[in-house]
Design a protein around this ligand. Structure first.
Ligand SMILES: [Mg+2]
Length: 248
């Protein structure tokens, strides 16, 4: 894997600093060192200071596998544009849209109950007297939902928001929501591969902490200790991009 801080890649980061880019970061093993007890994970004072400065220069977000409230607490005071938990599942607004589409169909069927689990819906037809017909009617209504994932169960149909949420989906959603043209993502783990695997030539730059032959990230850092160097480089480049713009 090509090292992002190596000389041949200087131009890559310089271009990034001139673009309308969203910077996304994983938390554990990326911004914060891995600790034996997950609850003790926190950023060093140096990383925190760099991230605060960086977030004042670029729109920045964090996408973590931790619960949203948990990771948000560890990032308090950093002016991030979004903190996303549960690998991109939380917060997930689409569930409301699913509910609006499905609720009338469910209400029209006796014995069918709609359970809203905030990030997904469950349609229970256990109490219906005509289970087969109820299931068929629900499936017909669900077929109108574009892209929603339908997962069967015991007398229940689970409905998950379109795009089967993962970190890659979350990053692209935030990039569009924040009106950015491109995105950058730094992560270290399996779930970050969902971002690295997105094939978006010219629109996504990915960096893995630690080289790995199996990774689909475009670039790497040798270890987490180099994260601060990368943050500092991005800060310096943005300052020079701003100076260059002002001088014109
Ligand atoms: Mg991680």
């Amino acid at each position: 894997m090509r090292h992002i801080l190596a000389r041949p890649q200087r131009e890559v980061l310089a271009q990034l600093s001139f673009s309308n880019v969203l910077l996304g970061f994983d938390f554990d093993g990326t911004l914060a060192p891995i600790t034996r007890l997950p609850d003790q994970a926190r950023m060093t004072a140096a990383t925190r200071a760099l991230l605060v400065e960086l977030a004042g220069l670029y729109p920045c977000i964090v996408i973590s596998g931790r619960a949203q409230a948990d990771v948000a607490r560890r990032l308090a005071g950093v002016p991030l544009r979004a903190v996303i938990g549960n690998h991109g599942l939380e917060p997930w607004a689409t569930s409301e849209e699913l509910r609006r589409t499905i609720a009338p169909a469910a209400a029209a069927l006796p014995g069918v109950e709609l359970e809203d689990k905030a990030y997904s819906l469950a349609l229970h037809y256990r109490r219906s007297r005509r289970k087969k017909a109820a299931r068929a009617a629900l499936m017909r209504a669900l077929s109108k939902l574009e892209g929603a994932r339908i997962v069967g169960g015991k007398q229940v149909i689970n409905v998950l928001p379109p795009g089967a949420p993962h970190k890659g989906v979350a990053l692209e959603r935030e990039r569009d929501r924040l009106g950015c043209d491109t995105a950058f993502f730094l992560g270290d783990d399996e779930t970050d591969e969902d971002v690295f695997a997105l094939d978006r030539p010219g629109r996504l730059l990915t960096v893995r902490v630690g080289a790995s032959r199996d990774s689909q990230a475009s670039f790497c850092l040798k270890s987490r200790r180099e994260v601060d160097l990368l943050l500092a480089r991005l800060i310096a480049l943005r300052h020079s991009a701003q100076r260059w713009r002002r001088a014109r």
